[in-house]
Design a protein around this ligand. Structure first.
Ligand code: SF4
Length: 93
């Protein structure tokens, strides 16, 4: 009896794991919808400036879109600008 419960538990665990793998394969990371310029944060609200903040600057930020756009702050921006929403890309220098 106990071994039958254990076997059932193992089967359920295997099915849950298989379902998780199938879901991960079927639904890759969801892309964020692109914001219109009107939906983006104003320069004033983002405390945007056209100069770097120490080493932090737009061109190494996750939100930067070359040559002079940002995914969340209104265009135009400059690659050497900065705002309070700066988030460094991995391996950014
Ligand atoms: S620092 Fe601010 S303005 Fe510059 S790319 Fe990042 S989020 Fe956009």
């Amino acid at each position: 009896m106990e071994s039958s419960v254990s076997r059932r538990g193992m089967l359920q665990l295997t099915l849950v794991a298989a379902a998780s793998v199938a879901e991960a394969v079927a639904s890759p990371a969801r892309a964020q919808p692109e914001l219109s310029e009107a939906q983006k944060i104003s320069h004033a609200d983002a405390k945007y400036q056209t100069t770097p903040n120490d080493q932090q600057r737009c061109e190494i930020c996750l939100q930067f879109e070359p040559p002079n756009h940002c995914k969340i702050v209104q265009s135009p921006i400059t690659p050497h600008g900065w705002c309070q929403y700066f988030a460094a890309r991995e391996n950014a220098h």
